[in-house]
Design a binder for this molecule. Structure first.
Ligand code: AMP
Ligand code: ZN
Length: 138
């Protein structure tokens, strides 16, 4: 299924040009247009799934296998010092393009993102922690 309005559907199908670093039947992997670091890339499934909730389990598993392969290849090619895999779901979680994608972000010492690609820590009481724990094991 494709979404006629979706820019990542058009890019994945090759209708809009992109700097593609990998392609197979299921995925296209492109350079991010506004990269967090040198080499920031995006794994796009060719089918349209809005997010992790919608993507079939097998396609998500294949995306992760591809991420593993590309992390190695990109690390060798770019000589980066670390690597982030990021996958946002929903506006509140930072998703801006509503076609599932996985960010491949090579990390370098002093790349300026030390305080950005992480999060603040919330203070939770033992009761709050336990309440959440109980919800998650139901
Ligand atoms: P997210 O915030 O997780 O939805 O990520 C969307 C990502 O897509 C951002 O990092 C954008 O820079 C990137 N992006 C948006 N439009 C394009 C495009 N036309 N080509 C390549 N990357 C894009
Ligand atoms: Zn799409």
């Amino acid at each position: 299924m494709r979404d006629a309005e979706c820019i990542f559907c058009k890019i994945a199908a090759g209708e809009i040009p992109s700097k593609t670093i990998y392609e197979d039947e299921q995925f296209r992997v492109i350079m991010d247009i506004s990269p967090a670091t040198k080499g920031h890339a995006l794994i796009l499934p060719k089918e349209h799934y809005a997010n992790l909730y919608e993507i079939p389990e097998e396609v998500a598993a294949d995306a992760m296998k591809l991420a593993k392969k590309l992390a190695k290849k990109m690390t060798d090619a770019l000589q980066c010092d670390g690597f982030n895999l990021i996958q946002n779901n929903g506006e509140v979680a930072g998703q801006t393009v509503f076609h599932f994608h996985m960010h491949l972000i090579p990390r370098y010492k002093n790349d300026g993102n030390e305080d950005k690609l992480c999060w603040n820590h919330v203070e939770l009481s033992e009761e709050e922690l336990e309440e959440i724990h109980q919800k998650l094991i139901k």
